[in-house]
Design a protein. Structure first.
Length: 217
């Protein structure tokens, strides 16, 4: 994965008010740090940053060109999103060097289909691995093709791209293959859930009645 060039401006306003004004201006508040450098507060163009993340994933490396400064390679270390607006609220950027290895969480995609009559239960959606900063994979793939009930896919089973090393526990479970529930079992679970909800509603109504009676007295 090659780096994406992006411009940035030094940020002079801090706190919640300053961050809101930065976002209203179409920019994302960010902090650039690492390698013993003094943290720099910067603002990134929101649209360009979002497009790069959509295309390259959460481990996209950026070549950040700071106005009045130099160009720095950096990797998103923490991204805060607004879950309602689906916008970026703040970004922590870690300075990296060419040839340097970093440890990141990479999304895992399951491929293939398990045996008939089974249910695939995903236990982990990411995998921790170490790779060269400018050659981080967008994702890794784990095959469940033909797996029977009782099978499991662990971190050790996931093929890694050349140059990458597993940083997670090899026994970390990525997916479990279980027996698919029958239609009767699903109906039973649904009925049990509805019964539990009805009992909870009745208990709540019973608890409210004495309180209302006491209030009227």
């Amino acid at each position: 994965m090659s780096e994406v060039k992006i411009s940035a401006e030094p940020r002079t306003e801090f706190g919640k008010g300053g961050a809101r004004r930065t976002r209203r201006a179409g920019k994302v508040p960010a902090v650039l740090y690492g390698h013993g450098e003094k943290p720099q507060h910067i603002a990134l163009p929101a649209r360009e940053f979002a497009a790069a993340i959509r295309h390259g994933g959460i481990n996209q490396v950026f070549a950040i060109d700071i106005v009045g400064g130099s160009t720095t390679l950096a990797l998103p270390k923490a991204i805060q999103r607004d879950p309602i607006k689906d916008t970026f609220e703040h970004v922590d950027l870690l300075i990296v060097r060419r040839g340097e290895k970093v440890t990141v969480e990479v999304p895992v995609q399951l491929t293939g289909e398990a045996a008939r009559g089974t249910l695939v239960v995903t236990e982990s959606t990411t995998l921790s691995l170490t790779a060269e900063a400018l050659h981080l994979p967008e994702h890794v793939e784990a095959s469940i093709e033909g797996l029977e009930a009782g099978s499991r896919v662990t971190a050790a089973d996931v093929p890694l791209p050349r140059g990458a090393e597993l940083a997670a526990d090899p026994e970390l479970v990525i997916a479990l293959i279980t027996v698919a529930p029958s239609a009767e079992e699903l109906e039973g679970e649904t009925a049990a859930a509805e019964e539990t909800e009805e009992e909870a509603a009745e208990e709540a109504a019973t608890e409210e009645q004495p309180a209302e009676a006491a209030a009227s007295a």
